[in-house]
Design a protein around this ligand. Structure first.
Ligand code: GDP
Length: 425
């Protein structure tokens, strides 16, 4: 059975924790999109880890971790991440990297940095990991697949060809030093040595695994609202964050994805620029940020403070619908235990009309939140294992949201560790 674990919102919903928990019963975990620009935070017996490229299943001895063809593969970062977890005592994981995955080139990171600087105040809030330039090149058909590292002659020629264009931009748009093909070729040879032990035809591997009935998890990065088609364009990421793309980015038949587990956090957070209707500010936001997640809501990759807001039923209903949700995992619920009352955004007011449908970006910018206030439960719910044992106000909060988003909440996460999980029957 193939399950996808994806986000309903802006990312940081706690997908890593849910993947890590479900990985226990899985054989294979696949990353199918995105790159090292976002991260998952995972807390387990080995410690606390921020993963950027590795799937959140690497901590179990029995799983195979796959970097699918859809991923923006930053080779030095991947190798660094493997070394880091191994140095903290995690048994060396079994990792396979698609021979069709494309490589984040050193100049992608440069271009990302230079472009953000050029746009200055109008920038996208990129993490400068090279993701936008990487996917631009992929679709402009001047990207480099991993398999190309093994054909030196063609690689050399292609590097020279591509650099003609890159150097024009470096010199005339960004006023930066130009790149030399020979140096880049040497770097590619270093990359080849690093990645060679992991490279294979992962779609063939997965095809066989699906036939054998293996349990496979597709792990998404970011969330619905960052999808380039269905999200808050242009304040989106550069690869599709939707479960449907899992079929493409992993190379498996679309009809094999039988479960889409969409992760929703019990309140909202976002990073980067863009409309965020239920956003809160000042001391109210600071307190939620401080108490949020596991040790505060700060970016796993950048350490940036996240923007905070109340749960947004409009965005989450849409986010779940566009994912094709079969199950909702509702996370970080324990954090809200300090609040006397919990506001929830149940509608958007746009030009005097209230809607519960998520609008396109221009209208979204004008939307004002319609808030309903629910009573808090004022206690610590960590450690609770059964749904019925949750305080009544807490269950009411869950059921209120379930009704508004229109998809069943079947998993509740009430703490950062693997065991802080409640399966709703
Ligand atoms: P992801 O990118 O969707 O995996 O999300 P992140 O890992 O960036 O953010 C989730 C944060 O919340 C991490 O610090 C997790 O350890 C933490 N977390 C996940 N689930 C829970 C939960 O149920 N309760 C608490 N308190 N923290 C959680």
């Amino acid at each position: 059975m193939v399950k996808a674990i994806v986000g309903a919102n802006w990312g940081d919903e706690g997908k890593g924790k849910i993947t890590d928990t479900l990985a226990k019963e899985s054989d294979i975990i696949v990353r199918f999109q995105g790159g090292a620009n976002a991260g998952h935070t995972i807390v387990n017996d080995y410690g606390k880890f921020a993963l950027h490229t590795l799937p959140s299943g690497v901590f179990y001895g029995h799983t195979t971790s796959i970097i699918g063809n859809g991923v923006a593969l930053d080779i030095p970062k991947l190798i660094h991440e493997i070394d880091e977890i191994v140095s903290k005592g995690v048994p060396k994981p079994k990792i396979l990297v698609s021979d069709r995955a494309q490589i984040v080139m050193p100049y992608h990171i440069l271009f990302d940095t230079y472009e953000e600087a050029r746009l200055a105040g109008k920038s996208f809030g990129s993490t400068k990991s090279g993701i936008a330039p990487f996917y631009s090149d992929k679709y402009a058909k001047i990207g480099f697949q991993v398999n190309e590292l093994f054909d030196e002659k063609n690689l050399k020629e292609k590097l020279e060809r591509v650099l003609v264009q890159k150097n024009v931009l470096l010199e005339h748009l960004y006023h930066q030093p130009v790149l030399k093909a020979e140096e880049l070729f040497d770097t590619m040879m270093e990359y080849r040595e690093m990645i060679a032990p992991y490279v294979c035809d992962t779609s063939a591997y997965l095809y066989q695994a699906v036939k054998e009935g293996k349990n496979i998890l597709l792990e998404g990065q970011l969330g619905s609202l960052k999808d380039p088609d269905h999200g808050i364009y242009p304040m989106v990421t550069s690869s599709s964050t939707l479960a449907g793309y899992g079929a493409i980015g992993a190379g498996i038949p679309p009809y094999e994805i039988q479960k889409v587990i969409t992760v929703c956090k019990a309140y909202s957070s976002a990073v980067g620029a863009g409309a965020f209707v239920s956003e809160i500010f000042g001391e109210e936001a600071d307190e939620l940020r401080r108490r949020g997640g596991d040790g505060g809501e700060y970016g796993a990759t950048t350490g940036r403070p996240r923007r905070m807001g109340w749960f947004d039923c409009v965005a989450s209903k849409y986010g779940c619908r566009i994912q094709g949700t079969t199950d909702v995992a509702f996370t970080v619920l324990d954090v809200l235990g300090y609040l006397d009352e919990i506001p929830v955004c149940t509608g958007y007011e746009i030009d005097g009309t209230v809607t519960t449908e998520f609008p396109t970006t221009g209208l979204l910018e004008k939307a004002k939140p319609v808030l309903e206030v629910l009573p808090g439960w004022k206690c610590d719910i960590r450690g609770i294992k059964a749904y019925e044992e949750l305080p009544e106000n807490c269950r009411n909060y869950i059921e209120f949201i379930e009704e508004r988003i229109g998809f069943p909440i079947t998993i509740i996460s009430n703490g950062p560790s693997r065991d802080d999980i409640i399966h709703v029957k």
